[in-house]
Design a protein around this ligand. Structure first.
Ligand code: PLP
Length: 432
């Protein structure tokens, strides 16, 4: 099946009990065992089946199968949020004394998680500039357990060199984990060699700004056994699951050791499960994702072109407007469109940025991205306000910088709103 078909059909045809066509919402905590033998077999992983919704659920299972199919992966694990997905994707293979090498271009929440929280657990994160992929090789040592990056990080929107870094990882035996939150469907990280993908499904996958969720997808292409010395957590007896060696235990069902281990140990212990109701919301979102991503990309490209050259605008940040290496990376990796995000800098600095945001009527002023509605934020006074001006600059945020997440509205209404807010942001209007 092609992707658009997959998103409507993978993992579910009709409900076994009722013939319901829509995926039922299984709001149950538990599942009755057929017998004591059945229960023992499920716990011993001799048989796979439902035990308890913290670890698996039939509604969530359809979402996991559908997103795994969408990415061309072998298995997926849905969790409570995008943050939980990143946390577990790393914790599944790294422990105290280990390190990971991460791109500097990250969502602020992920930066905090990696730089501060993982540090308290003894996991060191080495941040490197992704402009030169070789920086990942230079930062790697025998305790490096993963590379981490975002496909389309905002506010810079510099597309990550997935293929280049995945190749280095293949040479050195280090898997590449890619957060594809801002680019579902328009980038297929596994096709370029990434090994694990994570999403905040809160954004484009849900699409309606209604539910928080995350998912980890395994390509099944990383050979954990070949690099057994680097991945003892997958290749030596796990005391938390009566000595299971994950690469051995799951061999009969395929290359799914990474996801099974995350499910039956980390999700079991940390408990950051996705609600079945949220899984159902994300299934609704997936059905229209191809149409929505095309429209988000189209509206963003039109807005970027309209802002480019506007007298109140100093610069526009959009992958379609880049030149040189950044343009080449955008062309190579964003095969299905340039995405729905646009950044721009107002000539009037901080005062203009604030006045612009306050004057918006159609756009919502929120910290989210990927909603069906158009969204805007002024990072210098909100998401990045705790950073020093120097640190803000490093992340690509200046005083007059505004980030837009273009929604699905009619482009004329979007441009009308931007037009009147830009007029209101000009010094004369601000002073008045
Ligand atoms: N990754 C990216 C790129 C994000 O933009 C976000 C949220 O803004 C997250 C991860 C975290 O996702 P969540 O808010 O679902 O925990």
């Amino acid at each position: 099946m092609k992707t658009a078909t997959t998103l409507l059909h993978a993992g579910h045809r009709a409900d076994a009990g009722t013939n319901a066509v829509a995926v039922p919402i299984h709001m149950t905590t538990s599942y009755q065992f057929d017998s004591t033998e059945h229960a023992a077999d499920l716990f011993a992983l001799k048989q796979f089946g439902n035990i308890y919704t913290r670890v698996m659920n039939p509604t969530t299972d359809v979402l996991e199968k559908r997103i795994a199919a969408m990415e061309g992966g072998v298995a997926a694990l849905a969790v409570a949020s995008g943050q939980a997905a990143t946390m577990m994707a790393i914790q599944n293979i790294a422990q105290a004394g280990d390190n990971i090498v991460s791109s500097t271009d990250l969502y602020g929440g992920s930066w905090n998680l990696l730089a501060n929280t993982l540090k308290t657990m003894g996991i060191e994160v080495r941040f490197v500039d992704p402009t030169d992929p070789e920086n990942f090789r230079r930062a790697t040592d025998a305790r490096t357990r993963a590379y981490y990056a975002e496909t389309l990080p905002n506010p810079k929107l510099h597309v990550f060199p997935i293929g280049e870094v995945a190749s280095i990882g293949n040479e050195l035996g280090v898997p590449l984990i890619v957060d594809n939150t801002a680019a579902p469907l328009i980038c297929k990280p596994f096709a370029h060699g990434a090994h694990i993908v994570v999403y905040s499904t809160t954004k484009y996958i849900g699409g309606h700004g209604t539910a928080i969720g995350g998912i980890i997808v395994d390509s099944g292409t990383f050979d954990w056994e070949k690099h057994a010395a680097r991945f003892p957590m997958l290749n030596t007896p796990d005391p938390s699951y009566h000595g299971a060696v994950w690469t051995e235990a799951v061999k009969p069902i395929g290359p799914v050791a990474y996801i099974i281990k995350a499910r039956v140990t980390l999700l079991r212990d940390a408990g950051a499960a996705m609600s079945p109701f949220n899984a159902w919301m994300f299934l609704q979102g997936l059905e229209t994702l191809p149409l929505r991503m095309a429209r988000h990309s189209e509206n963003a490209a039109k807005v970027a072109a309209w802002l480019d050259g506007h007298p109140a605008v100093a610069r526009v940040v959009h992958p379609g407007l880049f030149e040189g290496m950044q343009a080449a990376r955008a062309q190579r990796y964003l095969e299905g469109g340039m995405g729905g995000l646009v950044g721009f800098e107002l000539k009037g600095g901080r005062a203009a940025g604030r006045a612009f945001i306050d004057a918006l009527k159609l756009f919502y002023h929120v910290a989210n991205i990927g909603d069906a509605r158009s969204l805007a934020i002024h990072p210098a006074t909100t998401t990045h306000s705790q950073l020093s001006p120097e640190a803000q600059l490093k992340t690509g945020v200046t005083e007059g910088y505004v980030r837009l997440s273009l929604g699905l509205e009619d482009i004329e209404d979007i441009i009308d709103d931007l037009d009147q807010a830009l007029a209101a942001s000009q010094p004369a209007a601000v002073a008045a």
